[in-house]
Design a protein around this ligand. Structure first.
Ligand code: CP
Ligand code: NVA
Length: 275
């Protein structure tokens, strides 16, 4: 938040520093926010798609980690395997940042929490309602609830619940229901995400059917507190997980949320490379 407040007079502590960004999946926000953030701090970001890397031709992740660590100051990776990310981190001697995996999307939560706090102040004791898929972003919300003292109510169709180990670890910070209306009732914030995450495209039809009663619409928002916020990590599918009326309406803070990917990750890079 301090970086955002002082954006006209940012320091350039990363002159000569490089962030390597490995992607095996598409991205707009994550790529651009890390790249722009490094540039604002005077550093450089390298966009590396796995198809153009030797990793895409089966060079071991451990070898890639050791080589990149000799050349760059930090690595960001977006892929579909949390285990591979952990392998990369194990063999890297520079910080490794999760830019989304099958299990987590922690950088998204930096932005989501910053946005919630900017608009409504401290989050401890409040109620967040997650409506939809128990996916990677939902998992990172579960971790946030466990760490920051708010309650997360999750409404998912049967068979699409979040990871059971994360739920157990979160204890009473998380409540699971099969009803979107129960979850949204008197909530301080309502959150959703795509019903079909990257890599699940072959399940789209089955998912659209299963999630039919989990659209965040004006009726659902009316059950939440009158000043409830709406968040979505984007990209959004109007008419599926959220109506245009809600995402483009007055309770939606999705553009601030997207912008805060930049500021939250710049703070993360400062923490990892300078602090
Ligand atoms: N929210 C998010 O991570 O967006 P991208 O997939 O565009 O990076
Ligand atoms: N759950 C989504 C988030 C995209 C930012 C996905 O994994 O595709």
């Amino acid at each position: 938040m301090a970086l955002k407040a002082h954006k006209a007079i940012l320091p350039r502590p990363f002159v000569g520093k490089t962030l390597a960004m490995i992607f095996t999946k598409n991205s707009t926000r994550t790529r651009v926010s890390f790249e722009a953030g490094m540039a604002k701090f005077g550093g450089h970001a390298l966009y590396l798609h796995d198809a153009a890397l030797q990793i895409g031709r089966k060079e071991p992740i451990a070898d890639t980690a050791r080589v990149l660590s000799r050349m760059v100051d930090a690595v960001m990776i977006r892929n579909d395997s949390q285990a591979d990310q952990e392998e990369l981190a194990r063999y890297s001697s520079v910080p490794v940042i999760n830019g989304l995996s099958d299990l987590h999307h922690p950088c998204q939560l930096l932005a989501d929490l910053q946005t919630w706090i900017e608009h409504r102040g401290p989050v401890a004791g409040k109620v967040a309602a997650w409506i939809g898929d128990g996916n990677n972003v939902c998992h990172s919300w579960i971790e946030a609830a466990r760490l920051l003292g708010f309650t997360l109510r999750i409404a998912c169709p049967k068979g699409f619940e979040p990871d059971s180990t994360l739920l157990t670890q979160a204890g009473s910070a998380v409540e699971l229901t099969g009803s979107a209306t129960l979850a949204a009732n008197a909530a301080d914030i309502v959150i959703t995400d795509t019903w079909t995450s990257m890599g699940q495209e072959q399940e789209t039809g089955r998912r659209i059917a299963a999630f039919a009663s989990f659209t965040v619409n004006a009726g659902l928002m009316a059950l939440a507190k009158p000043d409830a916020l709406f968040q979505h990590c984007l990209p959004a599918h109007r008419g599926e997980e959220v109506t245009a009326e809600v995402i483009d309406g007055p309770q939606s803070v999705v553009w601030d949320e997207a912008e805060n990917r930049l500021w939250g990750q710049m703070a993360l890079l400062e923490f990892l490379l300078i602090a």
